[in-house]
Design a binder for this molecule. Structure first.
Ligand code: UDX
Length: 432
């Protein structure tokens, strides 16, 4: 099939490369000409394991092309995905002006039937507006459908999530649209859930909010564990083994970050409020998440007494491992709070340093974790990069001024760290 993807950002690029991998001919569009030029030279602007290889393979096969002109895609593709950003406005609502303008351009370029699919995360009812916008801008006699096909991929494992999803949600209002989308996803072994458009739009916000609820819930439980002298990791295992709960997203830590969960949570609160429902539960989820970072800074303070003029080594800056994404990373708030207390920061991240340099000031960025530890008061872990597990902690201990590790991601067992002669402070567990 011929597929057009408007927006070569995270979702657009991964979807484009994966649809090409499934055997479709895909045109990816972005109005950022520099990005398109780079992509044509096979330079992928984001770090995502496996993406560069997939892009290269499918460009060489002639199945994946890039352009800065929406009309190039509208001309060729029967199915056109809108995967552009919907950045948050100051009040937390998603800014949908880009979606409207893309819908208008698509409408003006259509000469025969097109299926226009929302892939960006959008508030419920956006489908109706897209439909309205296309209707008033298209040529007479040209037919079209609008559909919603939310994307659930996670950064760092986006390709696997796309090709092996738990489910594919398609919100449709015609048999033709449903048939086209089913054909498009042929080859992916996953249940397809066909719903109406509004329900599909809501599934995306409800899913991300539910994941946020799970994380804030376990973080709140972690606080109780600390007070009670219990171990949150053990509690999470016990709770998660109940199939009704499930084991995922029950890792206590410094809270959730990234470009999706925090933004989608705010947007869902706004959507509900606009519709007439005050979603207090989600507001509390956000409050717990914010408090989690402040609480972690307090933990560091409790260990170091005065933070002023002390050098703190940070391992991990990205909002989670296997990505270089720094957007809404908890590390930003935590480092800034430590700096406000007068700390000097030495930091190491395997992938996110370049992006972190753009958003963090007065940080000494190091080439490896040992360099960051050398002469620092303690190690503070903010992202659970697996390679941190392989480090020589005897060496780390010698490099530090105090044998102290404060772990915001519960990467290690307190007893194991104690055996290595390190004082170990983590989340929701007794210190060792
Ligand atoms: C999320 C959704 O998972 C995905 O379905 C959606 O399409 C986009 O948003 P992503 O932002 O890539 O994906 O990250 P995710 O893996 O969900 O992690 C989000 C944040 O939660 C990270 O900061 C992570 O460290 C944190 N987290 C996750 C926890 O603190 N504990 C957990 O148990 C799980």
């Amino acid at each position: 099939m011929n597929v057009g993807i408007i927006g070569a950002g995270y979702v657009g690029l991964v979807s484009g490369a994966c649809f090409a991998e499934l055997g479709h001919r895909v045109v990816c569009v972005d109005n950022d000409e520099t990005k398109i030029k780079a992509l044509k030279k096979l330079k992928v602007p984001i770090y995502e394991p496996g993406l560069t290889a997939l892009v290269k393979k499918n460009v060489r096969r002639g199945r994946l092309t890039f352009t800065a002109r929406i009309l190039d895609a509208v001309k060729k593709a029967e199915v056109i995905f809108i995967a552009i950003g919907t950045p948050p406005k100051d009040n937390g609502e998603a800014d949908l002006t880009g979606i409207e303008s893309v819908a208008r351009t698509i409408a003006k370029g259509m000469r025969s039937y097109r299926l226009i699919v929302e892939k960006s995360t959008v508030p419920v009812d956006t489908g109706r507006w897209v439909k309205h916008t296309v209707s008033i801008n298209k040529r007479k006699g040209v037919t079209f459908d609008v559909a919603s096909n939310p994307e659930f991929l996670r950064e760092g494992q986006a390709i696997n999530d796309f090709l092996h999803p738990d489910r594919i949600v398609i919100g449709v209002e015609s048999a033709r649209a449903q048939a086209l989308l089913r054909k498009l996803y042929q080859g992916i072994d996953a249940p397809i859930l066909a719903t109406d458009i509004k329900s599909a739009e809501l599934i995306k916000h409800a899913s991300n909010s539910f994941l946020a609820i799970k994380i804030s819930f376990i973080n709140a439980v972690a606080r109780v564990c600390e007070l009670a002298g219990a171990d949150v990791a053990q509690v999470a295992r016990g709770v998660g083994q109940d199939r009704r709960v499930g084991p995922g997203f029950l890792e206590a830590g410094i809270g959730f970050g990234g470009f999706c969960l925090p933004k989608d949570l705010d947007a869902f609160v706004m959507i509900a409020r606009k519709l007439g429902y005050d979603f207090d539960l989600l507001k509390e989820v956000k409050r717990i998440n914010e408090a989690q970072k402040a609480l972690f800074v307090k933990k560091i303070e409790d260990q170091l007494w005065n933070i002023k003029d002390k050098t703190i080594c940070i391992w991990g800056l990205a909002f989670k491992p296997h990505t270089d994404d720094m957007r809404f990373a908890p590390s930003l708030d935590i480092i800034q709070a430590l700096q406000a207390h007068g700390a000097r920061i030495k930091a190491f991240d395997p992938e996110a340093t370049a992006k972190a340099k753009r958003v963090l000031r007065n940080v000494t960025f190091c080439r490896d974790p040992y360099e960051a530890a050398a002469g620092s008061e303690c190690v503070v872990i903010l992202t659970q990069w697996p390679q941190f597990k392989e480090l020589d902690f005897k060496r780390v201990k010698k490099l530090l001024r105090q044998p102290l590790v404060i772990d915001g991601r519960n990467m290690f067992t307190p007893s194991g760290m104690k055996r290595l002669g390190l004082r170990y402070v983590s989340i929701g567990r007794a210190s060792a």
